[in-house]
Design a binder for this molecule. Structure first.
Ligand code: FAD
Ligand code: NAI
Length: 462
């Protein structure tokens, strides 16, 4: 069986490796660099930079921990970016090594589908090649959404790709969109000393999260002196006297050295042969697939950001595994009910399952448990007391419907909740699972106890 995969992001490269492990002959076509957005312009670069800025934040508090630094600690964005590039380089090399070990052929160039069983590749040197395939997987991903009201110029009006290459710390930054990307970059640049104003057209920052979590993050942003303007749209942006000026819906203007535009992503569907092959697209331009990741054309699958679902690396990878299993004769469907997500703000956010309002909307009679990190020994010992764990359960049978965490290590903690939900677990199951002391995980146990009003470390509710 020969499988051709177009795009080597976390969707395509993971699919390629699994197909290789299962004995298929695999060709992966990649236009830029293996690892895609996630490894080169997304998850890993941002988290490498966050490792530097988190260390900087810790250092600011050294005296509180009984330590002293003689001399000054200052940030060099140039060196932070250099470290980030080293991290990315190591991981890219790792993926290429895994490909080699499995005999996966990597074609550097642009791929285009020519209908069932045929792919066209335009190589980096301009040469062209037609490739036969038994099965094709489209994994071309997404790119920053560029709109005429504020087109990227790479210098002052920046995309998330552009900002990752900045060598000097901007004095002032306006961020359009307080979604996931906007909030992560606000966290990073505020630590580096940049004055930040975020403008969000919806009533809350990270509005895809549970409202209590969004509100908690908004308070943290305020504490860090990040200005957040909600319920307000940026209408247009112009360059003026070496600055950028944004006009808001109320007619007011705000000005800064640079602007980050983080208002969502566009699908990479141009020129990949969708029209020629008759592959159906949805209203937003995403490739339409069924739960087996099949497009409407037999033998052609699509996965990851380009299908327009949850735009997360681990979702793309899981969809890749499912597409490969099905391409090789299996029959597995994608289940989106238990997908954990992490937002790497300060503090972090981790969530899985239904938000309170979703659960109510779906007609559940719900019970909620909450536990604040400030009631936890480990949080005090570590000096990280901000945040809460919130558990939404079905009052009928105590099953966990959703868990929402803002606080230290939330992006790791959330997986206990994901496993409990995957296994059909109840709040009582989590509460009765012995949690080691002192750990941040105890907050999940106590929040589960709180569903029944019996958390040990919070006062009796009046
Ligand atoms: P992509 O990663 O976009 O990869 C697609 C690949 O296809 C690219 O390499 C592209 O060059 C290639 N390609 C496109 N067209 C062609 C063609 N015609 N021929 C050949 N190759 C082609 N997600 C998380 O889960 N956690 C995070 O912490 C996180 N952080 C992020 C931070 C930022 C700043 C951004 C922008 C995104 C972040 N994401 C995060 C989202 C994550 O990066 C994406 O969901 C993920 O990369 C999608 O994977 P994919 O394989 O579908 O597409
Ligand atoms: P997003 O959809 O999360 O947020 C965009 C925000 O911009 C929205 O809140 C929207 O209301 C706002 N907006 C749009 N136009 C506006 C305007 N003119 N004025 C003011 N506000 C405006 O998109 P974002 O942040 O670009 O991220 C894209 C995707 O990348 C997300 O879907 C996310 O899944 C993924 N991602 C995931 C990360 C993680 O898992 N940690 C990190 C970064 C990105």
């Amino acid at each position: 069986m020969k499988i051709v995969i177009i795009g080597a992001g976390p969707g395509g490269y993971v699919a390629g490796i699994r197909a290789g492990q299962l004995g298929a002959k695999v060709i992966v076509i990649e236009d830029t660099e293996v690892g895609g957005t996630c490894l080169n312009r997304g998850c890993i670069p941002t988290k490498a930079i966050i490792a530097s800025t988190e260390m900087l934040e810790k250092i600011k508090d050294v005296q509180e921990y009984g330590l002293e630094i003689k001399g000054e600690v200052s940030a060099s964005l140039d060196r932070i970016i250099e470290r980030k590039e080293k991290v990315v380089g190591t991981l890219v090399k790792g993926i290429k090594g895994l490909f080699k070990g499995l005999g996966i052929e990597l074609i550097e160039g642009r791929g285009k589908v020519l209908g069932s069983g045929k792919v066209w590749a335009i190589l980096k040197d301009g040469a062209q090649k037609e490739i036969d395939a038994d099965k094709i997987i489209i994994a071309t991903g997404s790119r920053p959404l560029n709109i005429p009201a504020f087109p990227f110029d790479g210098e002052r009006i920046l995309s998330s790709d552009d900002i990752l290459g900045l060598k000097e710390i901007p004095k002032g930054l306006i961020i359009i969109g307080a979604g996931v990307i906007g909030c992560e970059f606000a966290t990073i640049f505020r630590s580096l000393g940049t004055e930040i104003t975020m403008v969000e057209m919806l009533p809350h920052a990270v509005s895809t999260e549970d409202e209590e979590i969004s509100e908690a993050l908004e308070r943290e942003l305020k504490k860090r002196k990040i200005k957040l303007i909600l319920n307000t749209k940026v209408e247009k942006v112009i360059r003026k006297d070496g600055d950028v000026v944004a006009t808001l819906t109320d007619g007011s203007e705000i000005r800064a050295e640079k602007i980050l535009v983080s208002i969502g992503r566009a699908f990479n569907t141009d020129n990949i042969g969708l029209e020629e092959s008759g592959i159906n697209k949805g209203k937003r331009g995403e490739i339409l697939v069924n739960e087996r990741m099949e497009t409407n054309i037999p033998g052609i699958y699509a996965i990851g950001d380009v299908i327009g679902g949850m735009m997360l690396a681990h979702v793309a990878s899981t969809e890749g595994l499912i597409a490969v299993e099905n391409a090789l004769g299996g029959n597995r469907g994608m289940d989106y009910r238990v997908v954990p997500s992490g937002i790497f703000t300060s503090p972090e956010i981790g969530s899985v399952g239904l938000r309170e309002k979703d659960a109510i909307q779906k007609g559940y009679d719900i019970k909620i448990g909450r536990f604040p990190f400030r009631a936890l020994g480990k949080a005090h010992a570590s000096g990280e007391i901000s945040g809460i764990v919130k558990i939404v359960t079905d009052a009928k049978d105590d099953k966990v419907l959703g868990v929402h965490i803002i606080g230290p290590h939330a992006t790791d903690l959330v997986h206990e909740a994901a496993l409990a939900m995957k296994m059909g677990g109840t709040a009582k199951d989590i509460a009765r699972t012995i949690h080691a002391h002192p750990t941040f995980s105890e907050a999940i146990m106590e929040a589960s106890e709180d569903v029944h009003g019996i958390a040990i470390h919070i006062p009796k509710k009046s």
